[in-house]
Write a protein that binds this ligand. Sequence first.
Ligand code: HEC
Length: 120
Amino acid sequence: MTFRRPPDSRPPRRAVAECALRALLRALAATLVTGPAAAAPPAQAKVHLCVACHGEDGIGRDPSWPNLAGQKPDYLARQIAAFRDGTRRNDMMVPLVAELSDADIEALAAWYAAQPCAAR
Ligand code: HEC
Protein backbone atom coordinates (compact mmCIF):
# COMPACT_ATOMS: atom_id res chain seq x y z
CA MET A 1 0.00 0.00 0.00
CA THR A 2 1.36 3.42 -0.87
CA PHE A 3 0.64 6.61 1.03
CA ARG A 4 -1.00 9.30 -1.04
CA ARG A 5 -1.41 12.87 0.07
CA PRO A 6 -4.99 14.08 -0.44
CA PRO A 7 -5.07 16.23 -3.59
CA ASP A 8 -5.98 19.45 -1.77
CA SER A 9 -3.44 19.23 1.06
CA ARG A 10 -0.47 21.54 0.87
CA PRO A 11 2.65 20.95 2.94
CA PRO A 12 2.76 23.50 5.77
CA ARG A 13 5.56 26.03 5.87
CA ARG A 14 6.98 24.63 2.66
CA ALA A 15 9.64 27.29 2.26
CA VAL A 16 10.99 26.65 5.76
CA ALA A 17 11.10 22.91 5.12
CA GLU A 18 12.93 23.44 1.82
CA CYS A 19 15.38 25.73 3.50
CA ALA A 20 16.06 23.23 6.26
CA LEU A 21 16.49 20.45 3.72
CA ARG A 22 18.97 22.46 1.69
CA ALA A 23 20.94 23.28 4.86
CA LEU A 24 20.99 19.60 5.78
CA LEU A 25 22.21 18.59 2.34
CA ARG A 26 24.93 21.23 2.46
CA ALA A 27 26.00 20.05 5.91
CA LEU A 28 26.12 16.47 4.68
CA ALA A 29 28.13 17.47 1.64
CA ALA A 30 30.53 19.45 3.82
CA THR A 31 30.94 16.49 6.15
CA LEU A 32 31.66 14.16 3.26
CA VAL A 33 34.24 16.49 1.79
CA THR A 34 36.08 17.76 4.86
CA GLY A 35 34.84 15.86 7.89
CA PRO A 36 32.85 17.15 10.89
CA ALA A 37 35.35 19.90 11.70
CA ALA A 38 33.74 21.92 8.87
CA ALA A 39 31.54 23.58 11.51
CA ALA A 40 34.23 26.22 12.17
CA PRO A 41 34.48 29.13 9.71
CA PRO A 42 37.19 28.56 7.13
CA ALA A 43 40.27 30.64 7.89
CA GLN A 44 39.97 32.49 4.61
CA ALA A 45 36.46 33.70 5.44
CA LYS A 46 36.88 36.92 7.37
CA VAL A 47 33.84 36.15 9.44
CA HIS A 48 35.45 37.80 12.49
CA LEU A 49 34.70 41.17 10.85
CA CYS A 50 30.99 40.37 10.79
CA VAL A 51 30.18 38.43 13.95
CA ALA A 52 29.40 41.46 16.13
CA CYS A 53 26.29 42.14 14.09
CA HIS A 54 25.48 39.06 11.98
CA GLY A 55 26.94 36.38 14.28
CA GLU A 56 29.04 33.47 13.11
CA ASP A 57 25.75 31.73 12.33
CA GLY A 58 24.42 34.56 10.16
CA ILE A 59 21.59 35.51 12.51
CA GLY A 60 21.36 39.29 13.07
CA ARG A 61 22.11 40.22 16.68
CA ASP A 62 19.74 43.19 16.67
CA PRO A 63 16.21 43.48 15.29
CA SER A 64 17.48 45.90 12.64
CA TRP A 65 20.43 43.79 11.45
CA PRO A 66 19.58 41.29 8.72
CA ASN A 67 19.96 37.52 8.87
CA LEU A 68 22.38 36.21 6.28
CA ALA A 69 22.06 32.50 7.09
CA GLY A 70 20.72 30.43 4.23
CA GLN A 71 20.58 33.38 1.83
CA LYS A 72 21.58 32.72 -1.77
CA PRO A 73 25.37 32.99 -2.06
CA ASP A 74 25.28 35.02 -5.29
CA TYR A 75 22.94 37.55 -3.70
CA LEU A 76 25.14 37.88 -0.60
CA ALA A 77 28.26 38.34 -2.72
CA ARG A 78 26.51 40.97 -4.86
CA GLN A 79 25.35 42.93 -1.79
CA ILE A 80 28.77 42.85 -0.10
CA ALA A 81 30.41 43.98 -3.36
CA ALA A 82 27.79 46.74 -3.71
CA PHE A 83 28.66 48.07 -0.22
CA ARG A 84 32.36 47.90 -1.09
CA ASP A 85 31.91 49.58 -4.47
CA GLY A 86 29.58 52.30 -3.17
CA THR A 87 26.44 51.35 -5.12
CA ARG A 88 24.68 50.30 -1.88
CA ARG A 89 25.14 52.64 1.05
CA ASN A 90 24.98 51.90 4.77
CA ASP A 91 27.15 53.60 7.39
CA MET A 92 27.68 50.39 9.36
CA MET A 93 28.49 48.10 6.45
CA VAL A 94 30.59 50.25 4.13
CA PRO A 95 33.71 50.70 6.31
CA LEU A 96 33.79 46.99 7.16
CA VAL A 97 33.90 45.71 3.63
CA ALA A 98 36.03 48.44 2.05
CA GLU A 99 39.20 46.32 2.10
CA LEU A 100 37.71 42.97 1.09
CA SER A 101 38.99 41.26 -2.05
CA ASP A 102 36.69 39.44 -4.45
CA ALA A 103 37.96 36.16 -2.97
CA ASP A 104 37.13 37.36 0.58
CA ILE A 105 33.63 38.24 -0.58
CA GLU A 106 33.12 34.84 -2.20
CA ALA A 107 34.29 33.08 0.97
CA LEU A 108 32.04 35.17 3.23
CA ALA A 109 29.03 34.69 0.96
CA ALA A 110 29.65 30.93 0.85
CA TRP A 111 30.01 30.76 4.62
CA TYR A 112 26.79 32.60 5.43
CA ALA A 113 24.81 30.91 2.67
CA ALA A 114 25.76 27.54 4.17
CA GLN A 115 24.42 28.34 7.66
CA PRO A 116 21.07 26.83 8.61
CA CYS A 117 18.32 29.40 8.21
CA ALA A 118 15.77 28.31 10.82
CA ALA A 119 14.05 31.36 12.30
CA ARG A 120 15.55 32.28 15.66
C1 HEC B 1 28.27 47.06 12.89
C2 HEC B 1 27.32 46.02 12.49
C3 HEC B 1 27.63 45.23 11.23
C4 HEC B 1 28.77 44.50 10.95
C5 HEC B 1 29.99 44.32 11.83
C6 HEC B 1 28.54 43.90 9.66
N1 HEC B 1 27.31 44.25 9.18
FE1 HEC B 1 26.44 43.55 7.46
N2 HEC B 1 24.84 44.71 7.81
C7 HEC B 1 24.64 45.51 8.91
C8 HEC B 1 23.41 46.26 8.75
C9 HEC B 1 22.83 47.25 9.74
C10 HEC B 1 22.88 45.88 7.49
C11 HEC B 1 21.60 46.41 6.83
C12 HEC B 1 22.03 47.51 5.89
C13 HEC B 1 20.88 48.18 5.21
O1 HEC B 1 19.88 48.45 5.87
O2 HEC B 1 21.01 48.44 4.00
C14 HEC B 1 23.79 44.91 6.95
C15 HEC B 1 23.59 44.28 5.73
C16 HEC B 1 24.39 43.28 5.24
C17 HEC B 1 24.13 42.53 4.03
C18 HEC B 1 22.94 42.70 3.11
C19 HEC B 1 21.86 41.73 3.54
C20 HEC B 1 20.67 41.76 2.63
O3 HEC B 1 19.74 40.98 2.90
O4 HEC B 1 20.62 42.52 1.66
C21 HEC B 1 25.15 41.66 3.87
C22 HEC B 1 25.30 40.65 2.75
C23 HEC B 1 26.07 41.86 4.97
N3 HEC B 1 25.57 42.85 5.78
C24 HEC B 1 27.24 41.19 5.13
C25 HEC B 1 28.18 41.49 6.11
C26 HEC B 1 29.50 40.90 6.15
C27 HEC B 1 30.01 39.85 5.18
C28 HEC B 1 30.14 41.45 7.21
C29 HEC B 1 31.58 41.23 7.63
C30 HEC B 1 32.58 41.57 6.64
C31 HEC B 1 29.21 42.39 7.84
N4 HEC B 1 28.04 42.39 7.14
C32 HEC B 1 29.48 43.12 8.98
C33 HEC B 1 25.46 45.61 10.02
C34 HEC B 1 26.72 45.06 10.11
